[in-house]
Design a protein around this ligand. Structure first.
Ligand code: 4GX
Length: 261
């Protein structure tokens, strides 16, 4: 994967390229990455990249000519690359979109500032409009980093253990199971006994239930979307039975005591 970021603040990306998995992916030539300064494509004397909006109003708009020149120059460098505009108006980013982008040979990420970019850029030069979520940032740079971060770790060879990305949250439509490490007792709280037992099948079964329970309690919306397998349906039904038993017993007691609740 080849990334080129277009921004008026290319230095923001220096610490991003030089740490952790992203750094290692660059060193191992799994990805290449650079941030180009849109200002260098503004050919007036003061290299202006923004202008006042037609129709009036507050704020500034990114001028189309420097942006178009920057996008075309980046496209020349990475044949076949797709272009992404980071914008609150875009499709909301998720793991499925990350998987789709991870199959591409190149991504050109356009990071806007101010009130946005001239609309005519979007129509002709942008393949994907993506939002990282329903909130407003000061610019597209941090959003661009998030896309690159999530996409890069899905590229084969980017993570140490080759299958690590497949075990993650969302790979099966659920949150991950709980994790524990030493010590066995921390501030009075014990590690679940089964994890110390060495019984690999029981550990696997505990982890599946842990993932299901955490998803049920923290993100029930994910379970509504998910295709449940037979084991998951069985486990959920058992929990339903257990919950009904508890509630039935509660109502029975309440009835005996002549209470209204
Ligand atoms: N997910 N912002 C972009 C300027 C802008 C506005 C419109 C292009 C079109 C954001 C987000 C986000 C703030 C980045 C406005 N550029 N980007 N910026 N949420 O809020 O991606």
């Amino acid at each position: 994967m080849h990334y080129i970021v277009l921004t008026i603040f290319p230095q923001m990306f220096n610490p991003f390229w030089t740490h952790g998995i992203i750094r290692r992916a660059i060193e191992n030539k799994i990805i290449s990455a650079s941030a180009a300064d849109i200002r260098e494509y503004a050919h007036d004397r003061h290299q202006v990249t923004d202008d006042r909006p037609y129709g009036g109003g507050s704020g500034m708009v990114m001028k189309p000519e420097p942006l178009a020149a920057a996008i075309r120059a980046a496209s020349q460098e990475i044949p076949g690359a797709k272009t992404v505009l980071l914008t609150p108006q875009g499709k909301v980013f998720n793991q499925n979109l990350a998987r789709e982008l991870a199959t591409l040979n190149g991504l050109i990420l356009v990071c806007g500032r101010y009130e946005g970019v001239d609309e005519r850029i979007c129509h002709d030069l942008i393949d994907y409009e993506i939002s990282i979520g329903d909130y407003v940032l000061t610019g597209g740079e941090v959003a661009g980093m998030i896309i690159i971060d999530a996409v890069t770790r899905l590229i084969p060879g980017a993570l140490g253990g080759e299958d690590a990305a497949e075990k993650d949250s969302f790979s099966n439509g659920m949150l991950e199971h709980a994790h524990y490490t030493r010590p066995r007792i921390f501030e009075g709280k014990k590690v679940p006994e089964v994890l110390l037992s060495g019984h690999h099948l029981e550990i696997e079964s505990w982890r599946l239930k842990s993932a299901l329970m955490r998803t049920l309690l923290k993100r029930p919306d994910l379970l509504l979307q998910k295709d449940l397998d037979r084991q998951e349906v069985k486990t959920l039904n058992r929990w339903r039975y257990d919950i009904e038993e508890i509630l039935n017993s509660h109502y029975k007691k309440a009835g005996e005591n002549g209470e209204k609740k």
